[in-house]
Write a protein that binds this ligand. Structure first.
Ligand code: NAI
Length: 460
């Protein structure tokens, strides 16, 4: 789906007019092409800042970036014409909100020199949960980073984004998933992830043998792979080295076959509400590739109606596809020993939605199902950890697909512009987040919900 307004205001007189009238001016995002890998990592030098206590951790982060041939700087002065590709702000030892002042103001001084599509990434620690004893100043400092980051993301322009990694106590800055998460957030792969804080709970996971093909040796199943986000997930997982089994309903058989031919995968015509769906998927994956490692619960439908007009087939039919089927399939997939093969670990990634977080008029059925997916994900996390794997969800905001093309024009325009990036995301943006969560370098991220929504203004 194309966004004609974005095309129109991308340059020339319309761009100048939009600026004068104070109209939204969405930028062309720095994103990956599904068929190639993003190089270089950042569109310019990366500045590493920290609060005074976290300087040692900042040194370690800077050294880690050097390993990836990033042009790392510790001094905020950059020649007059230079542009920063990214800024990493290390706040892992912050003990009082006042200590944020120094790195915050240093960051502020370079914001006008950010390159288009630049990235700001904070590394911080979680505030203790309610009721847990601790130092209130430390809790205030840690929670303060949350407000700082989300506000900063709303101030950035030209496709730049700000996101954070929240390192569990005991997780060091060199932990595989901290490095993997930092790499993801700095790269073009995170184009539509904005204003988000992603928790790295353990130092599990490991770096891939080849960063260009982190999923080599893995076998993935993607449901709803015939079009939209599912087709993009199949392409990105295949690009990253996975073998893919694509599932869709028989009515979508032709487009499923086309996508699977393109990625040299295996097409399986199957309605995921079938009671034996998981067993059939496992049988095909094992017969063809010997094992199954990654499950992407993507298939989903919309049946929007105000609750006053809701019918049983719309409510129950939607729940059957969007939440009951993944729940039932996970009864098989989450059993230790079912997923995973030689050198690979289990991964389950489900599609939630910002509607499941913030609610949406006309979507009581859909939001029930998508919030249900979030509950399911959190509940399964200990079982997957026990099986040596992870289970996470991705919550897209407004993504340009056939599904959202069915939304009437005015609400569609409003939804598109209601995010910090002032545009809808592309299926590839969601696919990149899923591929990251599926990768070995994300092994320390479990039970989380990553929003891919351009910092949609609802529910933030
Ligand atoms: P889409 O409608 O373009 O594609 C969904 C695919 O799932 C279709 O190929 C369809 O045939 C398949 N499918 C539906 N029911 C099935 C069943 N019973 N068995 C097997 N396959 C089935 O949808 P889109 O936009 O690509 O969405 C994919 C997922 O992302 C869905 O779970 C959706 O709820 C979620 N999502 C999408 C957003 C968006 O803005 N497009 C926003 C938030 C979440």
């Amino acid at each position: 789906m194309s966004d004609k307004y974005l095309d129109l205001v991308s340059g020339g007189l319309p761009a100048a007019l939009a600026k004068k009238l104070g109209l939204p001016r969405p930028a062309r995002l720095r994103r990956t092409d599904p068929s190639s890998v993003d190089v270089p990592l950042a569109p310019g030098p990366v500045l590493v800042l920290s609060d005074p206590r976290s300087m040692g951790d900042a040194d370690a982060v800077a050294e880690g970036l050097l390993d990836w041939d990033v042009d790392v700087r510790r001094d905020a002065r950059l020649g007059e014409h230079g542009r920063w590709g990214g800024v990493v702000v290390v706040l892992t030892r912050l003990a009082h909100p006042a200590e944020l002042s120094e790195p915050a103001l240093a960051l502020g001084s370079v914001l006008r020199q950010l390159a288009p599509g630049a990235r700001v990434v904070t590394l911080s620690r979680p505030a203790p949960p309610a009721g847990q004893d601790g130092d209130p100043a430390v809790a205030a400092a840690r929670q303060g980073v949350d407000g700082f980051l989300r506000s900063l993301a709303k101030e950035l322009r030209a496709g730049a984004t700000a996101n954070g990694l929240v390192l569990g106590d005991g997780v060091g800055v060199a932990a595989p998933s901290v490095r993997g998460g930092l790499r993801f957030l700095l790269s073009a792969r995170s184009a539509f992830v904005d204003g988000q804080l992603l928790a790295v709970g353990t130092d599990g996971g490991h770096p891939p043998a080849d960063w260009a093909r982190p999923l080599a040796g893995s076998v993935a199943v993607v449901t709803g792979a015939a079009r939209g986000i599912g087709a993009a997930v199949a392409r990105v997982l295949a690009r990253d080295g996975a073998q893919v089994v694509g599932v869709d309903v028989p009515a979508a058989g032709e487009s499923l076959a086309a996508v699977m031919n393109e990625v040299h995968g295996t097409a399986l015509q199957l309605d995921i509400t079938a009671p034996d769906a998981a067993e059939r998927i496992l049988a095909v994956a094992r017969a063809r590739y010997g094992h199954l490692d990654i499950v992407v619960h993507n298939a989903g439908i919309l049946r929007d109606k105000l609750l006053a007009n809701m019918t049983p087939d719309r409510f129950d039919g939607l729940l059957a596809v969007n939440v009951t089927a993944p729940l039932r399939m996970n009864e098989t997939f989450a059993v230790p020993g079912t997923l995973g093969g030689p050198g690979t670990s289990p991964r389950i990634i489900s599609l939630a939605s910002t509607s499941g977080i913030a609610g949406n008029r006309g979507q009581t059925n859909y939001a029930t199902a998508k919030a249900g997916i979030i509950g399911m994900t959190r509940s399964l996390a200990p079982a997957l950890a026990q099986a040596g794997g992870t289970v996470n969800a991705v919550a897209p905001g407004f993504i340009e697909t056939d599904m959202t093309a069915t939304i009437p024009p005015l609400p569609r325009q409003i939804s598109r512009r209601s995010s910090s990036l002032q545009q809808g995301g592309q299926p590839v943006d969601v696919a990149e987040a899923i591929a990251f969560l599926a990768s070995p370098q994300a092994g320390g991220i479990n039970g989380q919900v990553l929003r891919v929504c351009g910092q949609l203004l609802v529910g933030q």
